[in-house]
Design a protein around this ligand. Structure first.
Ligand code: AMP
Ligand code: MG
Length: 413
């Protein structure tokens, strides 16, 4: 157990509370500001992952006719086990005649039962002799028949509003002919990286420069959650340059900046945002990595200033930007789901802030277990490559035993 002896001293705790928001509190502030826009229509081919804005109703009974579930014969239930075959009914063809007692129609899967028949005997249980058929035992009424409206009834709500449209839901939309469903629009996003020391990956960095990993990373991180991701390039650490690029990014629903939000004399982003009338909602979160995280808004535009160290940018995106994008797109549970999993091996952790540690979840003897990965801190993006999760480790010092249960956030693939 994390004992009282690991609690930070009183003064540190007080300062921490005043200056740094707990992650869940900061997430609440973000989600309060992320209000979905009005519904739009979207072609079926592009609705995967979108949130349905209105209840979807069945436009007819389904099946619309008593439907055979097997290839076989359609007959009337009764003691008879011998029948004369009088018709053959393939799927999609209207039966042309009714069945009388002692008669049978060959019927295919998906075909409509003829009048007079109420049951189907599968072909495997039939013995055919030219236009006669014998069955081993008298069938149960309604066997292998899907009655009218078994799947859905005209006017019934078949997919409720707020459903996230997965492939099955898209199939259901198609079933009722809804080819342009009403969904919540996905947001547009702009990404701006900052830093005099950062050069684009195609360029050779000078002796005290490095290549821009955050720009390409954030663009693809956001991709599936947005209708458009606009990459604004790199702004140097000068007010005029930042101002011009940030201004252009403020036309998006969400603007994500990387770098320039800490306490250095060249961390100009918060000041420039203020000049551009972006209202600040918070600027520090009690988390590791990524403490100096800025969140503000101007009108409907949400602005995130993520710290420049790559893992800070990544984690800040997953904890705050992705939930905002999901909420804007109509998701009712926009926060990343967390689960409790046992550790695969012992692990020692020490930090003054709750830590989101790159981790790998894998099948274990029973269920799954989590293994914190070797990771040297916020600049160590390489340490995140094999991660499919973040282990959430509380502040303090703790020797975790193998099998001890920790909180885990799964990362999207
Ligand atoms: P900053 O948040 O601007 O103080 O940046 C913190 C550190 O993150 C810097 O020292 C850089 O080494 C690194 N960094 C900032 N921006 C990027 C970027 N776009 N790609 C890779 N590393 C970056
Ligand atoms: Mg910087």
């Amino acid at each position: 157990m994390r004992g009282a002896r690991h609690r930070p001293p009183f003064l540190l705790r007080v300062t921490t509370t005043i200056l740094m928001l707990p992650v869940n509190e900061a997430q609440r502030i973000v989600l309060d500001r992320a209000v979905p826009r009005g519904a739009t229509v979207c072609p079926l081919a592009h609705v995967r992952g979108r949130v349905l804005a209105v209840d979807l109703l069945a436009d007819r009974d389904l099946p619309a006719f008593p439907k055979s579930m097997m290839d076989g014969i359609a007959v009337a239930t009764g003691p008879a086990v011998q029948f004369t075959i009088v018709d053959e009914i393939p799927a999609g063809r209207m039966p042309t005649r009714a069945i009388k007692p002692g008669e049978a129609a060959r019927i295919m899967t998906g075909a409509c039962l003829p009048e007079g028949a109420d049951t189907v005997v599968p072909v495997e249980e039939c013995e055919f002799d030219r236009d006669h058929v014998t069955i081993r035992q008298s069938p149960r009424p309604g066997q292998h028949v899907q009655p009218v409206g078994r799947e859905m009834r005209l006017g019934e709500v078949i997919v409720p509003a707020w459903t996230v449209l997965n492939p099955a839901a898209i199939g259901v939309l198609a079933t009722v002919g809804c080819i342009t469903p009403h969904v919540y629009p996905m947001p547009t996003l702009a990404v701006l990286t900052t830093g005099d020391e950062v050069v684009e990956p195609a360029n050779r960095p000078g002796p005290v420069q490095l290549r821009n990993s955050n720009g390409p990373m954030l663009v693809v991180q956001a991709g599936p959650a947005c209708t458009e991701v606009r990459y604004l390039g790199i702004a140097g650490d000068q007010s005029h340059e930042l101002k011009a690029k940030i201004s252009s990014g403020l036309s998006a629903d969400v603007l994500v900046l990387s770098g320039g939000v800490s306490m250095g004399t060249r961390d100009l982003v918060p000041g420039v945002l203020q000049e551009l009338e972006v209202e600040s909602h918070f600027h520090k979160v009690a988390m590791k990595p990524g403490k100096p995280l800025f969140f503000g808004s101007r009108g409907n535009t949400l602005v995130f200033g993520l710290p420049g160290n790559p893992v800070s940018s990544f984690v800040g995106f997953e904890l705050f930007v992705r939930p905002a994008l999901r909420k804007l797109a109509g998701h009712r549970s926009p926060l990343p789901g967390s689960l409790r999993l046992p550790l695969a091996e012992p692990f020692r952790h020490r930090s003054d802030r709750p830590t989101y540690h790159p981790a790998h979840v894998a099948p274990a003897e029973v269920g799954e277990s989590v293994r914190p990965l070797p990771w040297s801190g916020s600049p160590d993006l390489k340490g995140l490559v094999a991660a499919n999760a973040l282990a959430v480790l509380p502040a303090g010092e703790h020797e975790y035993r193998a099998g001890e249960v920790v909180t885990v956030i799964r990362l999207p693939e």
